[in-house]
Structures are given as structure tokens and as C-alpha cells.
Design a protein around this ligand. Structure first.
Ligand SMILES: Cc1cc2nc3c(=O)[nH]c(=O)nc-3n(C[C@H](O)[C@H](O)[C@H](O)COP(=O)(O)OP(=O)(O)OC[C@H]3O[C@@H](n4cnc5c(N)ncnc54)[C@H](O)[C@@H]3O)c2cc1C
Length: 398
């Protein structure tokens, strides 16, 4: 990697997930030198698939990642919402050409490892970004006008000095705690079970080109193609009174199959198809924005973790990065002011998306007459209107 030219101020980013990597690329383009500190010793993607909706894909395309991502992502032909109990089609929508025409950017379904690989490759090609792996950020202190950040690795401790620190260290953010907010995330009453199926194992009658959403009492099921169509990503979400020990782990396949007994045969076949599931207790937490001080800020899940029922957590991290870069570009000599402008610009939007995700979680799991009312409303509304109802999310531009 080449040495950064003199004059670039260094911004330290704690956490090289979707948000940290995107922010590093955008800040480098904005004239900063970026030091990324990542806890993991090597990059590994947790979970299988992720949907990148147009509000976020637009930013990744602008970053020059369009070609790399288009090769590994799938633009699904459409989306079908069905009643889990009898398989009845409730709503369908085109997610391909119609989305690109409406929003000017694609709706991608991508394996997390593929998204991460595209971002990491771009970071490695960028002479102004340095990544230190196996570095867990532990402390931050003011150091003159800037910050001194300590991180621990295997048997060693390192200190990194820079003009500012951005915490992008996810749901269980240590930087959020260092910035004075020690309240833990709140369990959202749901467990997500995730699995990846090779295309050859996709049950008969299930499209490997479309997004499927099945709604039923106390549970829902989502599936969509990833890896350029070579695999199907499956997420089964069930209501659970308590979070799982350790919050994530290996799921008992037979227990999940039992949870979906009584659902239509196709949904049951989907749940029975994977041999291994990982579980993830879902949580969110009130947005942090409004508490920022000095050359410190948060981005992505560290600032506003959300339930996944609008598929927006990663998208909001990507949007954050774009808004932050723009706020800093507008105030080249005032990092603190740029951070406060970014936080202010993001606060209402992320709170609204967080609320929307919670509401979907409740609606998806309705039972009895309320479930029937939901199904009827969806049939009347239709898929096009369901998608158009989220124009306020997908039309976003930083
Ligand atoms: C079941 C499920 C489905 C989802 N589906 C979607 C979807 O379809 N679309 C979407 O947009 N979002 C989705 N999300 C949300 C999305 O995964 C997250 O919002 C996104 O990963 C957040 O990115 P981030 O960079 O903020 O945090 P993370 O991806 O969590 O990255 C944080 C990084 O920080 C590192 N780290 C942690 N602590 C430290 C430390 N102390 N020092 C240094 N490094 C540290 C971690 O190792 C990690 O690399 C889903 C989430 C779940 C649970």
C-alpha cells in the first residue's frame, strides 16, 4: 500500500463491517487518511444473505462497486407474499426492471461474503486506507485536538492517533459504551434462523429467481437467491420469549421443523431442506444520535441497530457513510461540526426506519382474525402498492 500524502488528516474507524468499510472508502475519497481497526483476525461474513435495496445500492454503484457486485448479486424477478397456512398468494411485485426504472438503482440479493469481498478489495486498492486486523478497540482518550485509541491484539496492545474516531463496531458496540452509553440492546422477542441451500436442493415448486415471504402465526419465512443464483438464502423468524444463550449459535433443525408443522407443504419442505441452521436472537436499541461530542461519532448498528423486518440495517449503515462523507466535505476545516451535522441529518430517518421494522415484525406474526385482516389488506393492496409504500426509504439520496 502506498504512503498517504502529507496533509490528509487521519480518521480512525473501529469495526470493518459493511458500515466501516463503506465509510472508509467514502472518507478516503473525501480527502482523509483512514485507519480501520477490526477485531476479527480475518474477514468472515456472519449470516448468509443480505438484500441491498436501491437506497443503498445507488451509493455502492456511485462508489464504483456496481460491476463487481452485479457479477455476484441476483436481481430477483419479483417477490411473492403468501399465507403460510394455506400457501395462498397474497401479493406479488416485480423487483427487477420495474425497481430499476422506479428508483434508478437495483434491488440486489447478495451473499454477505460477496458484498464484504467487494468492499475489502476496494479498500485494499485504496492507498489512503489501512486495515489492522485482530485489533479490538478498548479505550479512547482526547489527544490534543484529536484522539488516541488503544486496541488489543493477540498478546499486544497498540495505540493509534488520529483526528477523530468513528465507531462502526455493530450491535454490541464497545465504542458506544466508551462514548458514555452503556445501556445494552433490547431483545426483540424473535429468533432468526439462517441457512443457505445449494440450488440443487431447492424444493420443487419454489422459485430460485424470486424473493418469497410466507406469513403465519408467530413466525415468518423469507427466501431469496444469492451467489449469482447458485444458492438460496433462507431465514425463518420465530417468536421466542427469551434470547438464546450466547445470542447466536447452532439451531436444532428438528425443533424448527416442529415449529412450522401445520404450515403449507411447500413452506414445510423449505424448512426441512437445510441440514444446518444458525440462530440469531434479534435486538434493537434506541438511536444514539443526539449524544455526540467532539471528534467522536457512531455509524451503522453501533448507532441504531434495528430488527431486520425491513431489510434495512446494512442499508442504513451505507446511507450513514454517504451522509457523513457529505457533511464532512461541506465543512473541510470543522470535523466536530461535520459530525454533529451528520448526526442531526440521520436521527429522524433511522428512527423512522427502526419503527417501521418493529411494526413489520408485529404485522408478520399476527394470528387469528388479525392475521386474516392482514392477509385481506395485502390482497387488496397488491404487491406494487406494498413496495411503493416504501418509496420514502428507497428513493433516498445522500
Ligand atoms: C437475520 C438478519 C437479516 C438481515 N438482513 C438484512 C438485509 O437484508 N438488508 C440489510 O440492509 N440489513 C440486514 N440486516 C442487518 C445488517 O446485517 C446489519 O445492520 C449490518 O451488518 C450492520 O453493519 P455494521 O457495519 O454497522 O455492523 P457489523 O456488520 O456488525 O460490523 C461490525 C464490525 O465491527 C467489528 N468489531 C466489533 N467490536 C469491535 C471492537 N471493539 N473493535 C474493533 N472492531 C470491532 C466486528 O468484528 C465487525 O466486523 C440483517 C440482520 C439480521 C440479524
Amino acid at each position: 500500500m502506498a504512503t498517504a500524502p502529507a496533509g490528509r488528516r487521519t480518521v480512525i474507524i473501529a469495526g470493518a463491517g459493511i458500515g466501516g468499510l463503506t465509510a472508509a472508502l467514502l472518507l478516503s475519497r473525501g480527502g482523509f487518511r483512514v485507519q480501520l481497526l477490526e477485531r476479527a483476525a480475518v474477514f468472515e461474513a456472519i449470516g448468509a444473505g443480505i438484500q441491498i435495496t436501491p437506497n443503498a445500492s445507488r451509493i455502492l454503484v456511485d462508489l464504483g462497486l456496481g460491476k463487481a457486485l452485479a457479477e455476484v448479486a441476483v436481481t430477483p424477478e419479483g417477490m411473492d407474499v403468501r399465507a403460510g397456512g394455506n400457501g395462498r398468494l397474497l401479493a406479488s411485485a416485480d423487483l427487477g426492471a420495474a425497481i430499476a426504472a422506479r428508483y434508478g438503482a437495483p434491488w440486489w440479493m447478495v451473499h454477505r461474503a460477496d458484498l464484504q469481498a467487494a468492499l475489502v478489495a476496494a479498500v485494499h486498492d485504496d492507498p489512503h486506507v489501512t486495515v489492522a486486523m485482530g485489533r479490538t478497540v478498548e479505550t479512547v482518550a482526547r489527544d490534543g485536538d484529536g484522539v488516541a485509541v488503544t486496541a488489543v491484539g493477540v498478546g499486544e496492545r497498540s495505540t493509534h492517533r488520529g483526528a477523530a474516531l468513528i465507531g462502526t463496531d455493530g450491535l454490541w458496540s464497545a465504542t458506544r459504551e466508551l462514548f458514555g452509553d452503556g445501556k445494552p440492546p433490547a431483545y426483540g422477542g424473535r429468533t432468526a434462523w439462517r441457512a443457505l441451500l445449494p440450488r440443487s436442493a431447492v424444493p420443487e415448486g419454489i422459485s430460485d429467481r424470486r424473493l418469497g415471504l410466507w406469513l403465519g402465526p408467530g413466525a415468518h419465512l423469507v427466501h431469496y437467491p444469492v451467489r449469482a443464483g447458485a444458492a438460496l438464502n433462507l431465514v425463518a423468524v420465530v417468536s421466542d420469549p427469551e434470547p438464546r444463550t450466547g445470542w447466536s449459535g447452532t439451531g436444532d433443525r428438528l425443533a424448527l421443523i416442529a415449529r412450522f408443522r401445520g404450515w403449507t407443504s411447500q413452506a414445510q419442505a423449505l424448512v426441512a431442506a437445510p441440514q444446518a441452521w444458525t440462530t440469531w436472537s434479534l435486538a434493537d436499541r434506541a438511536p444514539w444520535f443526539g449524544q455526540g461530542q467532539g471528534p467522536l461519532t457512531l455509524l451503522g448498528d453501533a448507532a441504531h441497530p434495528m430488527l431486520p423486518f425491513l431489510a434495512q440495517g446494512g442499508a442504513m449503515a451505507i446511507e450513514d457513510a454517504a451522509v457523513l462523507a457529505k457533511a464532512l466535505a461541506a465543512r473541510p476545516d470543522d470535523l466536530d461540526g461535520g459530525f454533529r451535522a451528520y448526526e442531526q441529518a440521520r436521527a429522524r430517518r433511522v428512527a423512522a426506519v427502526q419503527r417501521g421494522a418493529r411494526a413489520n415484525g408485529r404485522i408478520y406474526h399476527l394470528e387469528g382474525p388479525m392475521g386474516w385482516a392482514r392477509d385481506t389488506a395485502m390482497r387488496v393492496l397488491g404487491g406494487r402498492q406494498l413496495v411503493a409504500g416504501y418509496d420514502w426509504i428507497y428513493r433516498f439520496r445522500a
